[in-house]
Design a binder for this molecule. Structure first.
Ligand code: 1PW
Length: 215
């Protein structure tokens, strides 16, 4: 049977999810944030099985957030803002050392949030790079400027090896399944500011509550 999940990945899914992420008063809807990540994971999986180890962690974290959203206390998880308020007020977050709440929403989302910055930088370099640029180098540069500082040596090594296996720029654009190179570049130009705004709002929220270092 053909369900929407069987259909060929299109990067527009990611764009659409991030477009729906922000409420009028700039709260971030968890439902759409998670949908954005689902799209990104699908994208990663189309790049090849070596990205399995990368996507697996993201899949697990998305799953945790979905469970919270669909769970008994789901009403508190409709936005990132309400989640932070609820979990902090009810001491549901390990703030200084790992303890009773290894899968809190705040901790879990922070890991995805850090990875989102990497993605934003990487997509932006894909958008502006020349035809003969190496995606592996762009991806590694973006990683080294962002997510790598949160990873232990062994993860950095494995990530570096996976990047080397990335397809070239054109194959990348083909996998995004958006159309011509011009259309891909235009769509990235739309998606990146949206991702960037969601990132910044989350970053500011976590900074305000002093939870950017949840272990
Ligand atoms: C080519 C497009 C790339 C976009 C997808 C980005 C996915 C990022 C996932 C990187 C994961 C690397 C391996 C897992 C590391 C985990 O230890 C780490 N997770 C993340 C998302 O950084 C930290 O999670 P933990 O171990 O504290 O639960």
């Amino acid at each position: 049977s053909v369900t929407s999940d069987d259909q060929k990945f299109c990067f527009k899914e990611v764009l659409d999810a991030f477009r729906l992420c922000l409420s009028e008063n700039k709260e971030v809807y968890m439902e759409h944030y998670v949908a954005g990540w689902r799209g990104l994971v699908k994208f990663l999986n189309t790049l090849g099985s070596v990205f399995g180890f990368i996507s697996k962690d993201a899949v697990g974290k998305v799953q945790i957030l979905v469970s919270l959203l669909k769970g008994e206390d789901g009403s508190h998880y409709s936005t990132i803002q309400s989640m932070v308020k609820y979990e902090l007020e009810n001491q549901l977050v390990d703030l200084t050392k790992a303890g009773a709440h290894p899968t809190s929403g705040c901790r879990t989302l922070l890991r995805l949030h850090r990875a989102l910055r990497w993605l934003e930088l990487f997509l932006d370099s894909l958008r502006t790079c020349s035809e003969d640029s190496k995606t592996s180098v762009l991806c590694a540069d973006a990683y080294n400027k962002s997510l790598s500082k949160f990873h232990p040596w062994v993860v950095r090594k494995a990530a570096g090896m996976a990047f080397c296996l990335l397809p070239g720029r054109q194959a990348f654009f083909d996998v995004m399944n958006v159309g011509t190179t011009e259309q891909v570049v235009a769509m990235l130009g739309e998606a990146i500011p949206l991702i960037s705004e969601v990132y910044q709002i989350t970053e500011d929220l976590y900074a305000q509550h002093n939870i950017l270092d949840i272990p």
